[in-house]
Design a protein around this ligand. Structure first.
Ligand SMILES: [Zn+2]
Length: 301
């Protein structure tokens, strides 16, 4: 049996998956009724990725039905990879697609959870874009956090730290509502910013966090605090955050005792499932099969 088959059979978590972009291109194109030119491809950082999003994928998602369809396509592709626990983010902006009808939006999410409940534990995550209209953020987020539908929260966007303090009260509320607190940091930024973000927002998990590998003290801090980093190796290589898979810092993080998971990030763009990335890490000599199993088995089911 090849490595990818061994990993395919094994139950897995995907804790870093943006559900509007979380499906295979092969699943997306027949639904979208168009092909994206020269795609998937290696991109020169986040700017090029956002160009594809603004030209193709964002305009294609305009109705409430589109939002539901995209989430379902992503959940189905996670099931196809034997992902048994999916912490997938649903972007706050989609409340707008439901014309601020919170009950309809939350009802759709609960329906999707129960539709697939025999095949996968889908834990909806509230995804907040740093650049999204702050008035809507402050109005919508508390309502959604208090609904009980979301199990975690994530914050993403450009890795700048200006004005970031406006999200702090929302993270305090997340803690009170029992949501797991995550945020994107350390994809392109350094170890100090990873530590700073964890402390500022009382994070339980970090989306990426690979920048921490540049500082042994921050790695030790992550290990001591048992903070899991949800790492996305293929995304890191394709967005040029890491030069080659062979050099991926997940090795150093593992050896430092940092809790880890391997996620897909945006399967539409990066086209490697959790199983495939596990095999890629073994093939590149980054981690052994045994080490990968330790990572896969270290989570609460
Ligand atoms: Zn991400």
């Amino acid at each position: 049996m090849s490595d990818s088959e061994v990993f395919l059979k094994h139950p897995k978590t995907d804790a870093h998956n943006h559900l509007n972009l979380g499906m295979r291109y092969a699943s997306y194109a027949p639904w979208a009724h168009f092909y994206i030119p020269n795609f998937p491809r290696v991109m020169n950082g986040l700017d090029e990725m956002h160009e594809v999003i603004s030209t193709f994928t964002r305009p294609r998602c305009s109705t409430a039905e589109d939002v539901r369809d995209l989430i379902c396509l992503s959940v189905e592709d996670a099931i196809a990879d034997s992902v048994t626990v999916l912490e997938g983010s649903i972007d706050l902006q989609f409340v707008g697609h439901y014309h601020e009808d919170y009950d309809a939006f939350l009802g759709m999410i609960s329906d999707v959870v129960s539709k697939y409940k025999d095949k996968i534990t889908f834990r909806p995550e509230l995804g907040i874009g740093k650049t999204f209209d702050d008035e809507k953020v402050q109005k919508w987020v508390p309502i959604l956090m208090k609904s009980g539908v979301f199990k975690s929260v994530d914050l993403y966007g450009p890795e700048t730290f200006d004005g970031i303090e406006r999200f702090k009260p929302l993270y305090e509320l997340a803690g009170k509502c029992g949501l797991k607190r995550k945020a994107h940091v350390g994809e392109f930024s350094d170890a100090a910013s990873v530590k700073g973000f964890i402390e500022e927002f009382s994070l339980e998990e970090v989306q990426h966090g690979i920048g921490a590998a540049k500082d042994d003290k921050v790695l030790q801090f992550l290990a001591d605090k048992k903070i899991r980093c949800n790492v996305t190796p293929t995304s890191n290589v394709l967005l040029s955050a890491v030069k080659r898979m062979e050099d991926h810092p997940i090795k150093k993080m593992f050896e430092a005792g940092v809790r880890l998971s391997i996620g897909t990030d945006d399967l539409l763009f990066f086209n490697r499932s959790v199983s495939e990335q596990c095999a890629d890490l073994v093939d590149a000599g980054v981690l052994t099969q045994e080490q990968i199993f330790k990572i896969l088995d270290d989570f609460e089911r």
